[in-house]
Ligand binder design. Structure first.
Ligand code: NCD
Length: 341
């Protein structure tokens, strides 16, 4: 049993192993690797893709899922975070995916339960599964992370997505530059591994990846930008602005996007966008993280081998054209290798 609380706490090798495991999960597809285990999701803040992808990932690997509806739970009667997670663990949860508005909430929970705790976003601190899915999306698009320049544009100061990205990309050899108005950039004393610039043109120059962030209005003190329209004029990303990056740059956004504020629809749905790929990678990453946290990651490997064997038999019998569409990952064997076996 392991917790996943922050990418800052993982070594480059552990991060790479999790990305490789996510590729294995994508190829292995459905299975029973987590059968007999239960994931509880406990979200104190709204979520669409993160919560649903945790649920889908758990179900795909055969785990049971219970959703603790905070608005209708004993939290409304004043129950503390610690009591709530202890109750979920006492009811039989093997893993708890927790999202909370306070930085450190996942660490606090992990200190009080024996089951695995996965941080699904804690205030302005970290969002490690988002960081992993961002890394996976870039690795799938570019084949590597090392040597890439990643421009993170927008409200970096209040963003846990940016903090996990800064740690994840820099640990794997990428260089991260934060771009935005000075009021929305982290202070240099934050110790984050990133460069800072207020100039969108300077930040995007030479960028392989442009990651746009939502204005975290729920976390801003007010007065960080004079008006949203002025923010959009200075730092909004559209397909014209994207031309300042490398011609083969990809565009990312963790979602939910406020189209027309930090990003225009033409860019979000344009040819450089990998936003849909990020959503899909989220399920693969969360399958891997759940298997890893519950000590079942080895079970993902035999299922991969079994599927390959089945395909080999079909191909050998001339019953099936080898379908590469789901297996074009750095770890998958090409069809020719399998045919010649
Ligand atoms: C982000 C979050 O909640 O931290 N969303 C997500 O998980 N994909 C980003 C945001 O809310 O802006």
């Amino acid at each position: 049993m392991r917790h996943l609380l922050a990418l800052r706490e993982l070594s480059p090798q552990e991060i790479t192993d999790l990305l490789d495991l996510a590729e294995l999960s994508a190829v292995a597809g459905r299975g029973e690797q987590l059968s007999g285990t239960t994931l509880a999701t406990l979200f104190y803040e709204p979520s669409t893709r993160t919560e649903i992808s945790f649920e889908l990932a758990a179900r795909k690997l055969g785990a049971g899922v219970v959703r603790c509806d905070v608005d209708r739970s004993s939290v409304q009667k004043g129950e503390s975070l610690v009591d709530t997670v202890r109750t979920l663990a006492g009811l039989g949860a093997d893993a708890i995916a927790i999202r909370h508005p306070s930085a450190g909430a996942a660490h606090l929970a992990a200190a009080h339960v024996r089951c695995a705790v996965i941080n699904a976003g804690d205030g302005m601190h970290e969002h490690p599964t988002q960081g992993l899915l961002d890394l996976l999306t870039v690795r799938r698009a570019k084949g590597r992370i090392a040597g890439l320049r990643i421009a993170v544009v927008g409200d970096v100061r209040h963003s846990r997505v940016a903090r996990s990205a800064a740690w994840g990309f820099s640990k794997l050899g990428g260089s991260v530059v934060a771009v935005g108005p000075a009021t929305l950039l982290p202070t240099p004393g934050d110790g984050l591994p990133l460069h800072l610039t207020t100039s969108l043109r300077v930040g995007l120059e030479g960028a392989d990846v442009v990651m746009v962030l939502r204005m975290q209005r729920e976390r801003q003190a007010g007065g960080d930008v004079p008006t949203l329209a002025e923010y959009t004029r200075g730092w909004g990303v559209n397909s014209q602005v994207l031309r300042a990056a490398r011609p083969d740059a990809i565009l990312m956004h963790p979602g939910p996007a406020n189209l027309g504020i930090e990003l225009t629809a033409d860019a979000a749905y344009g040819p450089q966008s990998r936003i849909a790929a990020q959503v899909a990678a989220g399920v693969d990453v969360r399958m891997a993280v759940l298997a890893w946290a519950l000590g079942r990651e080895r079970l993902l490997r035999p299922s991969l081998a079994r599927r390959r064997d089945r395909r080999k038999t079909f191909v050998a019998n001339g019953l099936l054209e080898f379908d590469q569409s789901r297996t074009q990952t750095p770890l998958a064997e090409p069809a020719s290798t399998i045919r010649n076996d």
